[in-house]
Design a protein around this ligand. Structure first.
Ligand SMILES: NC(=O)c1ccc[n+]([C@@H]2O[C@H](COP(=O)([O-])OP(=O)(O)OC[C@H]3O[C@@H](n4cnc5c(N)ncnc54)[C@H](O)[C@@H]3O)[C@@H](O)[C@H]2O)c1
Ligand SMILES: [Zn+2]
Length: 366
C-alpha cells in the first residue's frame, strides 16, 4: 500500500500547518512530542473516563510528569450520557481549583466522548486554551480526534452545544485497541470502511484483503488502517474545515443511519448505524446502475465479517423516512443524500425520492 510506513501526518488550514497526527504502537514518544510543543513550562490536565483511566492513566502520568511543570488528572464517568454541561462544569472546577491559566493544556485520554468534552472545555475555559488528543477507540482515532469539532449533548439533543477548536497534537497509539471491547472496535470499522467507500477504492480493497489481520488487531496492520483512514479524513477537513460542503461526503451512510440510530434510542452503536445506512445507500446506487450487485454483496459480507448488526427490526419504513426529513442534514426542505457514483467516490445528491428510500430500507429492515 502506498502509505505503508508513515507515522506522522500534518493537518493544514488555509495552507498553514496547524497540528500533527503522530501514529505509533506505544506511548514512548509522547514526552518528546510534548517537549516539542513547549510543555516544560505548562501545567497539563489529563481528562479521561472511568474505563480508560484504570488502564492507561498512571502510565501516561509518569511518562509526562518529567516534561511539564505539573500534571493533574480529572476522571469522568464513562458513557455518552455524561457528555454534557454538568460534566464540563466539573472539569472547570478542577481547572480553577488547580489554578490552570491561559498557557496550560488539557489532554483528552479516551474515546470520542472524552475527546469532544475535553475539547469543548478547552475551547471555552478562559476563552480557549490548548488541548491534545490521545484517542483510545478506533472511532476516535479515525474520526472524532481529527477536524476540531468539539461539543457536548444538551438534554436529548446530541452535540447541540459546541465549538470548532483545533488540537495542538493528536497522539495515536494503536496498541490501546487491544483492550477495547470488540463491539467498539467493530463500531469504528463502520466509519473506517466508509472512508474507503467515499474516497479511496485502493484503501477499501486493502481493507478487504487484510480483514483477517485487522480483526485480530495486529498493531502494525492497525497502524496502516488508521493511517489510511486519517489521510482521507484529513483531506476532507482541510478542504472544508467548517463543514460547508465537501465535508458532507463524510456523511455517507449517515442520512438513513442517523434516523435509525435515533429511532432505536441509541441501542445500536453509531458506527453500526452508519454501516447499515451505507448498505441502504448502496442499494440506491445499485438501483441507479452506479455500482454492481456484486459490489453491494461484497460490502454486506464485510459487515458480516466484522460482526456488525445486519438489519433493524421493530421499525416502520415511513417512520425512518420521516425521521430522515427531520435531520439537520436537510437544506431548504431537500434531503442532501450522499451517494457513490463508483466505489471510492461520493457525491451529494438532492434527487433521492421517497420511493427510492423505501426500496433502500428493504436492504436493512426486517
Ligand atoms: N468531534 C467529531 O468530529 C466526532 C465525530 C464522530 C463522533 N464523535 C463523538 O464521539 C463519541 C463516540 O466516541 P466513541 O465511539 O469513541 O465512544 P466512547 O468515548 O464512549 O468510548 C466507547 C467505550 O469504550 C471505552 N474505551 C475507550 N477506549 C478504550 C480502550 N482503549 N480500552 C478499553 N475501553 C476503552 C470507553 O470508556 C467507552 O465505554 C460520540 O459522543 C460522538 O458524538 C465526534
Ligand atoms: Zn459518524
Amino acid at each position: 500500500m502506498k502509505y505503508a510506513n508513515e507515522n506522522r501526518l500534518i493537518v493544514h488550514l488555509n495552507n498553514e500547518p496547524i497540528y500533527d497526527i503522530v501514529l505509533t504502537e506505544s506511548f514512548e514518544g509522547l514526552s518528546q512530542e510534548l517537549l516539542a510543543l513547549g510543555c516544560e513550562n505548562k501545567k497539563l490536565c489529563i481528562v479521561s473516563d472511568s474505563n480508560v483511566a484504570p488502564i492507561y492513566l498512571e502510565e501516561i502520568k509518569s511518562l509526562i510528569s518529567g516534561c511539564c511543570r505539573q500534571v493533574t488528572a480529572y476522571v469522568i464517568p464513562a458513557g455518552e450520557e455524561n457528555k454534557n454541561l454538568d460534566t464540563v462544569r466539573g472539569v472547570y472546577e478542577h481547572l480553577i481549583q488547580n489554578k490552570y491559566d491561559r498557557k496550560d493544556y488539557l489532554i483528552a485520554l479516551g474515546g470520542g466522548v472524552v475527546g469532544d468534552l475535553c475539547g469543548f472545555t478547552a475551547a471555552t475555559y478562559l476563552r480557549g486554551i490548548g488541548f491534545i488528543q490521545i484517542p483510545t477507540t478506533l472511532l476516535s482515532q479515525v474520526d472524532s480526534s481529527i477536524g476540531g469539532k468539539t461539543g457536548v449533548d444538551f438534554d436529548s439533543y446530541k452535540n447541540m452545544v459546541g465549538a470548532f477548536h483545533m488540537p495542538k497534537l493528536v497522539y495515536t497509539n494503536v496498541s490501546v485497541l487491544k483492550t477495547l471491547p470488540f463491539e467498539q472496535f467493530s463500531n469504528g470499522m463502520g466509519e473506517v470502511i466508509k472512508h474507503g467507500l467515499i474516497r479511496d477504492k485502493e484503501y477499501y480493497e486493502w481493507i478487504l484483503n487484510n480483514k483477517e489481520k485487522i480483526i485480530v488487531r495486529d498493531p502494525e496492520i492497525c497502524r496502516k488502517l488508521v493511517y489510511g483512514s486519517n489521510l482521507i479524513k484529513r483531506e476532507v477537513v482541510e478542504i472544508d474545515p467548517t463543514e460547508q460542503n465537501e465535508r458532507a461526503t463524510l456523511n455517507f451512510g449517515h442520512t438513513l443511519g442517523h434516523a435509525v440510530e435515533k429511532l432505536m434510542n441509541l441501542s445500536i452503536l453509531h458506527g453500526h448505524c452508519v454501516a447499515l445506512g451505507a448498505l441502504a445507500a448502496l442499494r440506491i446506487c445499485k438501483n441507479r446502475g452506479l455500482v454492481s450487485a456484486e459490489q453491494v454483496e461484497c460490502y454486506r459480507k464485510t459487515m458480516e465479517f466484522f460482526k456488525m448488526p445486519m438489519n433493524v427490526s421493530g421499525l416502520e419504513k415511513h417512520e425512518v423516512i420521516a425521521a430522515t426529513k427531520n435531520d439537520k442534514k436537510m437544506e431548504a426542505g431537500v434531503i442532501k443524500f450522499i451517494l457513490l457514483d463508483e466505489i471510492g467516490h461520493a457525491y451529494i445528491d438532492k434527487t433521492v425520492s421517497e420511493e427510492e428510500m423505501e426500496q433502500a430500507l428493504s436492504a436493512i429492515m426486517v
